[in-house]
Every structure is written in structure tokens, then in C-alpha cells.
Design a protein around this ligand. Structure first.
Ligand code: NAD
Length: 427
């Protein structure tokens, strides 16, 4: 089969490699000349994706994968087109379709009868039918459902482990109509392999959810569930603090029941997905009060961590405070929607002198992100923002002036902080 993958980013490139490794001829289309050149040389444009370097070299050398900036030509030669161009939302959840609209116009210009188009980028419910179908029809003169097939199939993998996740999770497909859904299922069955999952209600594989809307909602629902769950854990943690209870003991006990899957509380929920998709859902469904409250609960956590610090330390005016971790979670070099930004702002509001350090970032990189780097200035308090593995072995010997530590991620080892007031969120 000839396949075109539109956008060779952290998701699109591993997907293109996966399809090519199954023996299909794949052309990747990307607007970045740099990305296209690197891919054609068999070189990965970004770090951190397991096995991608070796697998990319293999499929490029075998002539199964090439890249181009000409999306329209690549689409014209393909029987299936997979789109993973990013979509952005602003603070109110209003989507900016700019990049995706550009890509869709370029796809429409090359679209041939009989082609399958599958959007994998997370979208508000209704976008495939209400936006992409008419846009593709207008640009191609073809009718969705009759002349070409259109599905939404959300990407559910995590960067860093894309190949493993593609095997692990069912591939959800929802068509504009029945025939589109069937084509979508056949396509993904030809390009993916699945692990056995006896824990699932149906065999692991490609699951047709019956409509584009159902598969759009499935992705928003699974990510929103996680945000709401963390919001609830954070509320339990704050209440536990007021009654002197260790919330993790409570959560561990609750989770022995089959219906409880309570997440751990934490200083903030960051990254490209969990803080973003609930806002996309709220844009779809503004009546979703539970979702809105959870988002508010999670957004409030950095301020709460600084409140805990002030309660333990006293007046923070002029006090040097080191924020440990700029990344949104441990082990990743990514600051998208990281709790570091509101934590630094909350410290500023209290009159403190915040600094930030992170084992994955140089001071220059931190400054480039608008964060105050740390060069060993005197600090009297610290706040753990990211759960980097390095912080498990960090102790008061490493930060001699620190008298109060707020651990927002429950990652530090209490015995390593003698004579330091160590405060964790949720007791
Ligand atoms: N990153 C993740 O962890 C993750 C996980 C699950 C799902 N997703 C979904 O995948 C989407 C893409 O994420 P990503 O991390 O791969 O993005 P990315 O930022 O790594 O890459 C985006 C690529 O799109 C290219 N691009 C931009 N406009 C284009 C156009 N008009 N035509 C062709 N290429 C274009 C860019 O040059 C870039 O190479 C996200 O919006 C999200 O919905 C991402």
C-alpha cells in the first residue's frame, strides 16, 4: 500500500516508520525543510524516542520511507493519508486550527477518489464531520463518504515509547459513515500489530466506535478523566492537610476496591495533553461543571504549595527559594504548561527570590524559557516541582542553607533531610 503521513513530528515520524516497517511504501510530508532533509538522511530530528533511530535508518535504507515538503503530491500518490499536524488551544480552550487548515487544504488539492483520510490529532468533537469533510470536499471536488473515506482515529501513545504503546492500546476508529469506518479498520489492521490483552473486554486490535464523533469523544474523555481524577486527589490532599492525615495511605486503601482508581495528588498537571484536552472538551461542552472544577483545582496547586511553604517558613519577603524541576514531570525535557511557571509567579507574589534548577536543563536553557536560573545563590527554602529520579537521592547536604522543603511530588527521601522541615502535599 502507498501511504502518506502528514507531519513528521514526535508522533508522525514514528508512525511513518511503523507503517514502512510493515512493508508499505510511505511518504512523509512536512512543511519543515530541515525535518524533511534529516528524515531523508535517516536521521531523527528530535531526541528521546526509543528505537526510532535504528528503525528509521532501516526503512529509509530499504527505500520504504522518504520525506517531502510537497504534501499535495504525496497525497496524490497515496491510498491512505494519516494526518498528525498539531492543533493548539488558548487558555480558554478556543482551538487554533491554522496549521491543520493549511495541511487539509494541501491534502484536498491532491486527493484522489477511493483514498482513505485519517485524522489522528486530538480534536474537539464534531471537527472531522463539520470542518474536515467540507474542506476536503471543497478543495478536491470529491464527496466525503462517497468518493473518499474519512475517519478520526485518535493517537493514544506517549512520546518516548510510541512503538510499544502502538501495540499496547486498542486503535480506535470512527468513520464519517459505515464504509469509511470499515476502510479505516482494514487500514490500521494492515499497519499495526497488537499485544494480547486478556484484561480488555474485547480482543486487543482496531476497534470501530461507529462514528467520528465517538472516537473524537473517546480521546477527550480518557484525558479529561485523568485530569478530573487528579483534581479529586488534590482536593482530598488539601482536606487531609487540614485534619493531619496522610492522603497517600488513604488513597492506597481506597484503591484496593475495584471501583477506585484514585491518582496521586501533585503540585501541578502539565504537559501537552492533560491540561489541554479538558479545555478542548469544555469548549465543546461548557456545561461540564465537574470538568471545570477539576481544572480549577489542579491550576490552584502551585499557589497552594507556596501557601504551605509560607505557613512552614513564615514571611517569604526577600527569601531565596529554589524550585527543583522545570520539566512538567520527571525524566522529560519538556516545559509545556509546567507547574514551574505558576510556582515562580506565586513566589514572586510573596516577595520571595525564586531560582530554578533542573538536571535536564542548563541555566541558559532555563533563562530562554523565562525562568530564573540557579548559580548557587543562598537559598533558605526549596519546592520540589518535578519528580525527577535525581531528587530521590537529594538531601540537605546538597542544599545546606535550606530549612524548609515543600515536596510537591512526594519524591524526596525523608531521612536525607535531617533538621529540615519537610512538608508534603497531602500530609
Ligand atoms: N506529543 C505527544 O505526546 C502526543 C501524544 C498523543 C497524541 N498527540 C497528538 O499528535 C499531534 C502532533 O503532536 P507532535 O508531538 O507529533 O507534534 P510536533 O510538534 O512534534 O510536530 C509537528 C510537526 O508538524 C509539522 N507541520 C506543521 N504544519 C504542517 C503542515 N501544514 N503540513 C505538514 N506538516 C506540518 C511541523 O513542521 C512538525 O514537524 C498533537 O497535536 C496531538 O494531538 C501527541
Amino acid at each position: 500500500m502507498n501511504i502518506c503521513v502528514v507531519a513528521l513530528g514526535k508522533i508522525g515520524l514514528p508512525l511513518a516508520v511503523q507503517f514502512a516497517a510493515k512493508g508499505h511504501r510511505v511518504v512523509g510530508a512536512d512543511v519543515s525543510e530541515r525535518v524533511v532533509e534529516l528524515v531523508n538522511d535517516g536521521a531523527v530530528p528530535f531526541p528521546g524516542e526509543a528505537d526510532l533511530d535504528v528503525r528509521l535508518k532501516e526503512v529509509v535504507a530499504a527505500g520504504l520511507l522518504s520525506a517531502t515538503t510537497d504534501t499535495t503530491a504525496a497525497v496524490a500518490g497515496a491510498e491512505a493519508v494519516v494526518v498528525v499536524v498539531p492543533l493548539f488551544v488558548d487558555a480558554d480552550g478556543v482551538p487554533d486550527f491554522g496549521w491543520m487548515d493549511d495541511a487539509t487544504r494541501a491534502i484536498a488539492a491532491g486527493l484522489k477518489p477511493g483514498t482513505l483520510v485519517s485524522y489522528e490529532t486530538t480534536l474537539p468533537v464534531g471537527t472531522t464531520r463539520g470542518r474536515w469533510a467540507p474542506m476536503l470536499a471543497e478543495g478536491s471536488g470529491l464527496t466525503a463518504g462517497t468518493d473518499f473515506h474519512l475517519v478520526f482515529s485518535p493517537e493514544r501513545v506517549l512520546t518516548g515509547r510510541v512503538f510499544a504503546d502502538l501495540r499496547r492500546y486498542p486503535k480506535l476508529v470512527g468513520g464519517l459513515d459505515e464504509a469509511s469506518g470499515e476502510h479505516g479498520v482494514r487500514f490500521y489492521e494492515a499497519v499495526l500489530d497488537f499485544d494480547e490483552r486478556p484484561d480488555l473486554t474485547r480482543p486487543n486490535g482496531v476497534w470501530d466506535l461507529g462514528s467520528a464523533e465517538a472516537s473524537e469523544l473517546a480521546k477527550l474523555a480518557e484525558t479529561t478523566y485523568r485530569d478530573v481524577n487528579i483534581g479529586l486527589a488534590n482536593q482530598f490532599a488539601r482536606f487531609a492537610d487540614t485534619v493531619g492525615v496522610d492522603v497517600m495511605k488513604v488513597i492506597e486503601a481506597c484503591n484496593t476496591q475495584p471501583y477506585s482508581h484514585i491518582h496521586s495528588p501533585g503540585i501541578a498537571v502539565g504537559g501537552h495533553c492533560i491540561p489541554v484536552y479538558p479545555r478542548m472538551y469544555l469548549w465543546n461542552d461548557p456545561t461540564a461543571t465537574v470538568v471545570r472544577s477539576a481544572r480549577e483545582a489542579n491550576v490552584a496547586m502551585p499557589e497552594y504549595a507556596v501557601d504551605l511553604l509560607a505557613a512552614a517558613y513564615g514571611d517569604l519577603t526577600g527569601v531565596g527559594v529554589l524550585v527543583l524541576g522545570a520539566a512538567y514531570r520527571g525524566g522529560v525535557k519538556e516545559t509545556a504548561f509546567s507547574g514551574v511557571f505558576p510556582t515562580v509567579q506565586a513566589l514572586h507574589r510573596r516577595g520571595a527570590k525564586p531560582y530554578v534548577s533542573d538536571p535536564m536543563y542548563t541555566n541558559e536553557e532555563l533563562v530562554a524559557h523565562g525562568l530564573p536560573g540557579y548559580h548557587g545563590e543562598p537559598v533558605s527554602a526549596a519546592v520540589v516541582q518535578a519528580d525527577h529520579a535525581e531528587y530521590r537521592t537529594l538531601g540537605s547536604a546538597d542544599l545546606p542553607g535550606v530549612t524548609v522543603l515543600v515536596d510537591g511530588r512526594r519524591v524526596t527521601e525523608p531521612s536525607r533531610w535531617p533538621n529540615v522541615r519537610r512538608v508534603v502535599i497531602g500530609g
